[in-house]
Design a protein around this ligand. Structure first.
Ligand code: FE
Length: 224
């Protein structure tokens, strides 16, 4: 079986918003799919390890911010590479609340959904939630595909993503970030972002430079 075929499946990019008690929280997923039309139902898979998984099982309500190509990569880093257990993810991200109090991003989105969990199935690594769409809004913008995220933003998959491929596997880097054979390649230890040299040699970057995806410092990059 050639599991690389799975990398050719198409996805979008979404921020799930929900609540952990009084605190807002959420995570990035690429697994929102419309499953039925009347009523409109969607499915979304969330890793067992994610705080969002527990929150969806407990509170049943969540939002889906549909990321556009204008989405800030730092927002993807905040929601995709940090845990809501030790981060207040919405604290610095402009957002609004739906009528049910679910947080949706104010920028970098081309629409949002407000959903209520109807059923869920625990799979080996993820829970698949089936949810009814209670409200929705369409906004301007081009939806960000998972392929766009990899090719243009040069982001990687968090370890909890169903599509995660460990570094030891034969990951094919996007052509746009492939470095010359003689040049060192610097890769973020946290999110696997590959520095493309656009701000000059990695060694010359200022000390306050941070990973554009997950926000860690230069010291957390490794030469590959
Ligand atoms: Fe990073």
């Amino acid at each position: 079986m050639n599991t690389l075929a799975l990398q050719n499946l198409s996805y979008g990019m979404y921020v799930i918003g929900t609540t952990d008690g009084e605190k807002l929280t959420g995570c990035v997923v690429n697994t929102v799919v419309q499953a039925a039309s009347a009523p409109a139902l969607v499915t979304v898979s969330v890793n067992h390890k994610n705080l969002t998984n527990q929150c969806l099982k407990k509170h049943k309500l969540f939002s889906v911010s549909i990321l556009s190509e204008a989405a800030d990569s730092g927002v993807i880093g905040t929601f995709g590479f940090h845990s809501g257990r030790d981060t207040d993810k919405f604290a610095t991200v402009p957002h609004s609340l739906t009528t049910s109090g679910m947080p949706v991003l104010n920028t970098g989105t081309c629409g949002w959904l407000e959903c209520r969990v109807r059923d869920s199935f625990d799979l080996e690594t993820h829970t698949m939630f089936i949810a009814e769409v209670l409200d929705a809004e369409r906004l301007d913008g081009v939806p960000m595909t998972y392929s766009y995220y990899h090719r243009v933003i040069k982001g990687a998959s968090p370890a909890n993503a169903p599509t995660y491929v460990p570094q030891s596997a034969p990951v094919e880097l996007p052509v746009s970030v492939a470095a010359p054979a003689s040049a060192a390649t610097w890769v973020c230890d946290v999110c696997e972002y590959v520095y493309d040299g656009e701000d000059g040699p990695f060694e010359s970057l200022p000390d306050d430079w941070v990973c554009p995806i997950c926000g860690v410092s230069k010291s957390q990059f490794s030469q590959k």
